[in-house]
Design a protein around this ligand. Structure first.
Ligand SMILES: Cc1cc2nc3c(=O)[nH]c(=O)nc-3n(C[C@H](O)[C@H](O)[C@H](O)COP(=O)(O)OP(=O)(O)OC[C@H]3O[C@@H](n4cnc5c(N)ncnc54)[C@H](O)[C@@H]3O)c2cc1C
Length: 475
């Protein structure tokens, strides 16, 4: 039976990032991925000269560990940065038109988005001394600090558009960790922003928004081909068993059943798949994982001739509040963001439909999804012709919902894992869904594993070039 220091189940961005960091640390690492290609949800597709994404379109990074990975994996030259034009504006659907979302406090106060009462409530934020209950929802937190108007017009669309979630049910500390931390630390969001602005000049790592010239698939391919990363696709893991000081893993592959032994195991699958694999080993942990709900999302990519769209498309795109758009949560102006997304003279608009707001949308057929999208976009963007490219993608387990007693569940999962040495659960249902968070968590789990035992045979800390040849076994 083959032996590895670490076996990773699931070759999405979490599994691949963990593998990359572990292999760099000198361990023998295998990634077993059920699908035919690595990347999980992330997939870049070229169609009629347009470059579309099935999940993440960009990375918003402010973490030095992620910058280090980009640099060391040789990804800097492949990056494409957000264009200044896209950086300048973000829009909100308001009163059946698009209104620019102010980025600065002064602009917030002057914005036509808020009523006079809403503005006064915003100005009162530094003087709100109440603190929230543990496990407070996003709606409770925002209403308490900034008022109901900010929740309904700006935060609800943000939570629905970026997390596919419902703010009434979403745990504030999990979904808005930076905002809730500001309150905890400084007693007020405005005071926290001010203090951070002063300190940032000296301390913080700058924020960068980027993708890759050939799409997010570049990141997946580069990590999968990292030195020492043994990726096997078409390996659907069916069984885990504790054996000696490690784990015996069994998978179905196109060549038949395959088994391997690993000293440590990372389960980097969505929660339902992890729950299934752990059902026998630890029913309690399995039940906790089963309770994590996911939102489904449909993506409608439309390509137009530039002249067919009256709006200047001078921004990132727009987010839509539930009250104004019951199914479509947001629209990304992909070709404004990054230059290589549409052929010359064309534009690419990607819309997101469904999520917790409209869970039924992913079951609609393509024609209905496209019609709903066009009906919403036509008056807002001044569409004067039909699209010349249409593509629909569906993600059934798109994003884990940080709903309900999320924090308590995560604490219980962490406590349970302490009792099972050598088993790690790392995926988007823990510690953030963004690609930045996933890359960072890969770093954290790898560091933890490298420090956890002497690793006599493979000498952790060796440079990556000594870690063995890259192997890609495509089933
Ligand atoms: C529509 C959408 C838009 C998004 N936009 C952004 C964005 O712009 N920026 C951003 O930062 N993030 C974005 N995200 C979030 C980000 O893309 C995801 O959170 C991230 O890709 C999840 O990666 P993962 O590796 O944790 O999970 P996955 O990608 O789900 O990977 C898990 C893998 O496990 C495999 N697997 C499951 N069961 C088994 C088994 N039994 N054996 C072996 N393998 C198994 C699956 O096949 C899969 O490949 C977006 C997500 C969606 C859905």
């Amino acid at each position: 039976m083959e032996k590895f220091d670490v076996l990773i189940i699931g070759g999405g961005i979490t599994g691949l990032a963990s593998a990359w960091w572990l292999a760099r640390g000198g361990l023998s690492v295998a990634v077993w991925e059920a699908g035919e290609r690595p990347g999980g949800k992330i997939q870049s597709t070229r169609q009629q000269g347009y470059l579309t994404e099935r999940a993440a379109s960009m990375v918003l990074n402010f973490r030095p560990e992620v910058s280090e990975l980009m640099h060391e994996a040789g990804l800097e030259a492949a990056k494409t940065r957000r264009r200044a034009e896209a950086e300048a504006q973000r829009y909100l659907l308001h009163g059946q038109g698009l209104k620019a979302l102010p980025m600065k406090l002064g602009g917030m106060i002057g914005s036509p988005l808020w009523s006079l009462r809403g503005k006064l409530r915003l100005l009162a934020e530094p003087f709100i001394f109440s603190s929230g209950r543990p496990g407070e929802s996003v709606s409770e937190f925002i209403t308490r600090r900034l008022g109901r108007e900010v929740l309904d017009k700006a935060v609800e669309p943000f939570v629905a558009g970026t997390l596919a979630a419902d703010p009434d049910q979403t745990c504030a500390a999990a979904a808005l960790p930076r905002l809730t931390a500001l309150e905890q630390r400084y007693g007020s969001l405005a005071a926290g922003v001010l203090v951070n602005r002063v300190l940032r000049r000296r301390t913080a790592c700058s924020t960068e928004v980027f993708s890759f010239q050939n799409g997010m698939g570049t990141l997946v391919d580069r990590l999968a081909a990292g030195p020492g990363v043994r990726l096997c696709t078409g390996h659907a893991v069916t069984e885990l068993r504790a054996q000696g000081e490690g784990w015996r893993v069994r998978a179905n592959t196109p060549q038949g059943e395959r088994s391997a032994y690993a000293r440590q195991l990372i389960l980097a699958t969505p929660a339902p798949a992890a729950a299934k694999l752990l059902a026998e080993l630890d029913p309690e942990l399995s039940t906790m994982l089963q309770q994590i709900r996911y939102a489904s999302v449909a993506l409608v990519h439309l390509g137009f001739s530039r002249q067919a769209v009256a709006h200047p498309l001078n921004g990132t795109g727009f987010l839509a509040p539930k009250a104004e758009s019951p199914v479509l949560t947001g629209n990304l102006w992909a070709s404004t963001l990054f230059p290589e997304r549409a052929p010359p003279g064309k534009v690419l608009l990607t819309s997101y439909l469904g999520g917790a707001r409209a869970p039924f949308a992913a079951d609609w057929d393509d024609a209905r999804l496209v019609e709903e999208t066009l009906q919403t976009l036509r008056p807002l963007l001044g569409l004067k012709a039909d699209p010349d490219m249409v593509r629909v993608d569906r993600q059934r387990e798109a994003l884990p919902l940080y709903h309900g007693a999320y924090q308590r569940r995560m604490q219980s999962i962490a406590a349970r894992l302490k009792e099972i040495p050598g088993l790690h659960l790392e995926a988007s249902y823990r510690e953030g869904v963004s690609v930045r968070d996933r890359l960072l968590r890969g770093h954290v789990v790898a560091k933890h594993i490298l420090a956890s035992q002497p690793w006599p045979e493979s000498a952790p800390g060796r440079p990556a070039s000594c870690a063995g040849a890259a192997e890609m076994m495509v089933g």
